[in-house]
Design a binder for this molecule. Sequence first.
Ligand code: GDP
Ligand code: IMO
Ligand code: MG
Length: 428
Amino acid sequence: MAGVAIIGSQWGDEGKGKATDLLGSRIDYVVKFNGGNNAGHTVVIGDEKYALHLLPSGILSPGVTPVIGNGVVVDLGVLFEELDHLTERGIDVSKLRVSGNAHVIPEYNRALDQVTERFLGKRRIGTTGRGIGPTYADKINRVGIRIQDLFDERILRQKIEGALVQKNELLVKTYNRRAFSVDEITDNLLSYAERVQPMVGDTSLEVHWALETGKTVVFEAGQATMLDIDHGTYPYVTSSSATAGGVATGAGISPRQIDRIVGIQKAYITRVGSGPFPTELHDADGDRLREAGGEFGVTTGRPRRTGWFDSVIARYSSRINGFTDIVMTKLDVLSEFERIPVCVAYEVDGQRFDEMPLSQSDFHHAKPIYEYFPGWQEDISGMQHFDQLPANARAYVEAIEKLSGARISAVGTGPARDHIIERHNLLG
Ligand code: GDP
Ligand code: IMO
Ligand code: MG
């Protein structure tokens, strides 16, 4: 039995989709356990490029059963758009399973996400505007709507009525927006009920049995450690548990069923949206990273903020998640730099921090202390063997491995499926 978690170790967009795809032919199930259509995973297969938001990336691999776990928030309109789009492109999506306990994103939560951001002004989080935060808030407040509610119109209507009492108050009185009617929300959600019903089941039990019968199950995270609601740079985070700890609750399995925990990290670092970012570059190097790495959001198209590799964050992520392996992506993007700085610690008001500072203000003021590595300035795109890499590139990987606190089992050398160096078997 093998449960393998794929976790973002930075601020997202590390290449989790590509890592799942790499394992595609060797796995039986892929389970999304957190987040919703705020995620954007790009997978490149031959000449084809796929952008997935709500569906787990493993859906692209023939034979794999994709699962949307109870910890996910589901925009049903987006779900069917994505499924139709993939079907048009010849992907078999018929095996998809959806947890009856997953929450749905009603339209009023999209409206609230967008309007609260606008009102926050300079203090905005920079959310994706997909209604993620308000829907998780409803779940915690116990006024959320679950997929299983769609199959009992009376209960669904009651729940929507209850939720709208507060939602409309906020939308109309605080934000000067229009109210939603119980009928329009109910009708909208009911319009998906018949189509979703055959996919819905007890995915916790199904995944349990898959593991018990020796199947390989990948748990694919959306977002990442530094965006985790508990362990990220709060309040500049998403609203779910994106770390390894979230796998058990979000998929409904035991922590004992997770055998490997694979951290995905870029050879540098990026962030989308607001919030502190110690190694952020505001200069020509930052632009070069953005251009060479194609660092523009898959979901919102926003340019990603770019910076040098931060090993304080890498060590923190390794510890919080307990990485057994790391996949380092995008080493090829660094090829053009003569000298590559790596942040090894922070300085805050004259004091050195080797670990993440506890205080939010300290982290906001953290200045990176850099060590410099010689570049290789040679095209490494598409290389598949570690020995092929120039000596300086190998030295960079080995140095990052030491700084990160877990072995680097694979190194990405380009966006394509086979642009990867596997040093250790991720499932072994
Ligand atoms: P995710 O959200 O973690 O799945 O990552 P995204 O798909 O949002 O962003 C990662 C981007 O990097 C995608 O465009 C990938 O195609 C691309 N990518 C992944 N690995 C590599 C790599 O090793 N080299 C290069 N150049 N691009 C990569
Ligand atoms: P993947 O899975 C990068 C960021 C948003 C914002 C914050 C909160 O592709 O790595 P939300 O809409 O979730 O309430 O926004 O989190 N964010 C992401 N950044 N990659 C993602 O997903 C993200 N999902 C959310 O930009 O700062
Ligand atoms: Mg992404």
